[in-house]
Design a protein around this ligand. Sequence first.
Ligand SMILES: NC(=O)CC[C@H](N)C(=O)O
Length: 361
Amino acid sequence: MKAALILENGAIFYGKGFGSIKETVGEVVFNTGMTGYQEVLTDPSYTGQIVTMTYPLIGNYGINLNDMESSSPKVKGFIVKEKANKPNHWACEMELEGFLKQHSIMAIEGIDTRAVTRIIRSYGTMKGIITVRDLTPAQIKNKFNSFQNTNVVEQVTTKEIYNIPGNGQHIAVLDFGVKKSILSTLTERGCSITVFPAFSKAEEILNSNPDGILLSNGPGDPKDLPEILKTIKGLIGKKPIFGICLGHQLLALSLGGDTEKLKFGHRGCNHPVKNLLTNKIGITSQNHGYVVKKDSLPPDVLVSHINLNDQTIEGIRHKFLPIFSVQFHPEASPGPQENAYLFDQFIQMTKEWKKCQGITA
Ligand SMILES: NC(=O)CC[C@H](N)C(=O)O
């Protein structure tokens, strides 16, 4: 069925609708990964966003239940150049189209996604509509005006506390839309995990007596979450803390720093990041539209990592407290796994902290 992608700057691209045919509006962002579309679709941090993949062939290895980053796709829409109709992979359990249909996600194929990307790179991230109707200019304007990407963390956080057993360190994960691979990376290291809803109080989290606290990734603007900042302020100095992506941004805000929106964000699998403490460069997986503002951090917090493409802040570390965070995704999925050492550092930090507290590990 003929469908159109309408961008906020007036550009219209025509293609073919697939998945669940229904109108959708969201923030259009591009991802430059050559593979990993399933992890992208199911990463809760994309809630409210229409994702366009720059790589021109999507769906060629199908969908498998192992690579889900959450129980269902979270994107608001999906834009591809060519949808592969006959996936081929030993692990393939389903086709992309059926998967999107099953979960009511509208997608469009036949779009020059690199042209869309060039528009976003020039004008900045903007809203978009995927539709099969002929909308009038007034209808388009209305659709754009009525879409705001707010209250997204509450859509994806767990409603209930739950535990994942393990024999190692006890980690409390504050779930702002946590990716499954963050939990599995901790599980692989033997951790016992308690996952808390995003709006839990600091007291509740501390009462579970964790060895460390992980602030997860998640969708939306960190400044929309003042309640969570209050919680994090109540955790700082009490336990070791590790923040990832939204968790990193929230941590920076809680420590007195500031965040801002990037022109078009970082989403892909090959962003070079320099660890300023070791001088080593890692290739990282990324998905973020906001960033910690340069020179906004208080004197007791240092910048530990920077992005070598645009020199933005990619990691911070407290000078005295066992607290650090990164903007990129050390759990990868999709992307290179060479940054998983950060999980080991965090676990080591929780052990040392315990010793300093005079508690035998
Ligand atoms: N992956 C994430 O946690 C994203 C963080 C935040 N929503 C951003 O876009 O910057």
